[in-house]
Design a binder for this molecule. Structure first.
Ligand code: GCB
Length: 606
């Protein structure tokens, strides 16, 4: 066979395989019966993708994914995973290997493990996130290709896993590309690797794939009970299967039988129900049983809606005292990926007086959202449709939709998540509107119970009059925009500014702020000093308070974070310095301005 034909066949096989085994994301992986594949993985840095392409740039069928070993002394095999260094997974390679600090490209990871096959068990290989593109192989066979660095994906490996020794190989590539989501440029570190947990989930052949509980709004004030709407779906369209739902504390237990789509849905009536709120983050133990498998969760109940320019939580207007957060460990530690990281970051947000966090600019790990729920922090969750996305590219739209769907499917039972945000600071134009309106509608179809927003930009009407004009206004429930008066524009303009938001919807200022290097002091007009940032906050909060419909804000940002765009020596050193905390957790002066303003807001609104 000639080389080209061979390459074409190989490519077709690889791309067909790419779709073959990926299955819909299973909900609540943390409560499933599973084996962790976290720990040491061997890795090979492959700058020219030698392990994937031949010297004519055709995908090979003899790449690194085979994990080949010489069989005879004369055999030529130019790689050996077992001699390669190891990296602790989950993590990012940038902070784990100093050679890879700025690296963007391909790294291959391999994990060998022993497995004891069990009768009648399905086995699912679950990745909580890999940034950015992953080709996943089990025992040398391709399971699939996944794109998108912050959402979970999983493969049914029942037929490919063996009794005894197995190996998983993942080719991870974090090269930035124009058609990706996010695109080529973004203001955060492009941490590469298997950045979140990896699990082997063991389940029955027929299993509960996902489920959703939501509290219905009270229709009639005389109503003596609350209604919990639920839906559960199996992994197969099988009728006649019994699913039991139980909330022990509410003394509710009921069995339902699946329809021909393998689904159950309905309403549970609860006479007494304590609602979840930031002041009382009440969660109820929930159990869903199919056959001899029970999935356990903790479910909170609350309602969220808007009325004119107000955000209404559990029937009462709320002011969202927020902060934006990147998913990054303190002390230069790279990607955050644990409960401890979440507790630390969210603990700082609580110290600031927050009841709300904007998890920017991509879906954060599940620990972050669940920990926030336990701590009474409402959440804005977003996908990385950021800046100059390839609006005209259908594959980019599909990719954004996939990320949106996977974000929603993972967190649809979290009471604290109230806003799905579909974009950040995107440039106006018809192609962008086609793209974003489809995303907004898709989000509403997937989840009509939460609010949709996006971080817009203000187009100035005149020098000191800012008017928000964005055709996307009709697709969102909450109008949000970023503004940087005091940083990208003179701070002395703040008192003179007037604002016009010509839509009858609540307004969140999704970003404002400015940079300061912790410990650098001077006059308030001296850039990068804590005094400069402090004054900027004083001026901004006075200005924001005058905005009609002002319902909350998430200043930029909780802590300094790494960004390759921030190159100023001795000040930035590859950190965006807009944190209220330094990367080491020291509080800058502006922290105290914000904290005392939030204390006052709390008094005014409660
Ligand atoms: C923004 C972006 C955010 C940047 C920030 C900045 O508007 O949304 O990702 O980090 O400005 O610091 O300039």
């Amino acid at each position: 066979m000639n080389r080209i034909l061979k390459a074409v066949i190989c490519f077709i096989v690889l791309s067909l395989g790419a779709r073959a085994q990926e299955i819909p994301q299973i909900g609540n992986v943390l409560s499933r019966e599973k084996i962790s594949l976290n720990g040491n993985w061997n890795y090979i840095v492959d700058v020219q993708e030698e392990g994937y392409y031949d010297y004519r740039m055709n995908p090979t069928s003899w790449g690194f994914f085979l994990n080949s070993k010489p069989q005879r002394p004369e055999d030529l095999i130019e790689y050996d995973f077992d001699k390669a260094p190891q990296m602790q997974i989950p993590s990012d390679w940038n902070t784990k290997d100093e050679r890879l600090f700025f690296y963007e490209g391909t790294v291959w990871f391999k994990k060998s493990f022993n497995y004891k096959k069990k009768q009648d068990k399905k086995v699912i290989l679950y990745f909580s996130a890999v940034n950015y593109e992953a080709y996943v192989y089990l025992n040398g066979k391709l399971l699939g290709r996944h794109e998108g660095g912050f959402t979970a994906f999983n493969y049914d490996v029942t037929d490919k896993i063996k009794d005894g020794e197995n190996f998983v190989i993942v080719k991870v590539d974090n090269k930035r590309k124009a058609e990706n989501v996010p695109t080529q440029i973004f203001d955060w570190w492009n941490y590469g690797g298997i950045t979140r947990d990896v699990f082997l989930v063991e389940t029955q052949d027929v299993y509960i794939e996902n489920y959703c509980f939501t509290l219905k709004k009270v229709q009639n004030t005389k109503q003596k009970f609350r209604e919990i709407a639920f839906s559960v779906n199996l992994n197969q369209k099988l009728s006649g299967k019994t699913v039991e739902i139980s909330f022990p504390e509410l003394k509710l237990k009921q069995s339902y039988v699946t329809d021909s789509d393998g689904k159950i849905s309905g309403v549970i009536k609860a006479k007494t129900l304590e609602l979840w709120s930031p002041e009382n983050p009440k969660l109820y133990a929930a159990e869903l049983t199919l056959g001899n498998t029970t999935i356990k969760d903790e479910i909170g109940f609350r309602t969220i809606e808007t009325k004119d320019k107000k955000i209404i939580l559990n029937g009462k207007p709320i002011f969202l005292r927020g902060i934006s957060i990147h998913e990054e460990k303190p002390n230069g530690g790279g990607r955050a990926n644990s409960v401890e990281d979440a507790e630390k970051l969210l603990g700082w947000a609580k110290e600031l007086g927050c009841n709300f966090v904007r998890l920017a600019h991509y879906p954060h790990n599940e620990y972050m959202v669940r920990t926030a729920e336990k701590m009474g922090l409402l959440v804005w969750s977003e996908i990385p449709v950021y800046w100059t996305i390839a609006w005209e590219n259908p594959a980019t739209l599909q990719n954004a939709k996939n990320q949106l769907k996977d974000m929603i499917l993972r967190d649809q039972n979290r009471a604290n998540v109230i806003i799905w945000s579909i974009a950040n600071e995107t440039p106006h134009g018809q192609a962008r509107e086609n793209f974003l309106s489809q995303l907004a509608q898709y989000a509403k179809n997937l989840d009509s119970t939460r609010l949709i927003s996006m971080a817009m930009e203000v187009t100035s009407a005149s020098n000191f009059h800012n008017k928000l004009q964005d055709n996307m206004n009709k697709y969102v429930d909450v109008i949000s925009f970023n503004q940087y008066i005091g940083w990208y524009r003179d701070v002395n303009d703040a008192p003179k500014m007037t604002w016009e938001i010509p839509y009858n919807k609540p307004v969140i200022i999704s970003e404002f702020g400015g940079g300061a290097k912790y410990g650098y002091h001077g006059e308030k007009n001296q850039r990068w000093t804590e005094e400069f940032q402090e004054n900027l906050y004083i001026q901004n909060i006075a200005m924001l308070d005058k905005i009609d419909g002002f319902a909350g804000t998430t200043p930029w940002i909780l802590k300094d974070f790494r960004s390759p765009r921030r190159v100023l020596n001795d000040i930035q050193d590859y950190y965006n310095r807009k944190g209220l905390f330094s990367d080491n957790g020291e509080k800058k002066k502006a922290f105290y301005i914000m904290k005392s303003w939030y204390e006052k807001k709390k008094q005014d609104w409660e």
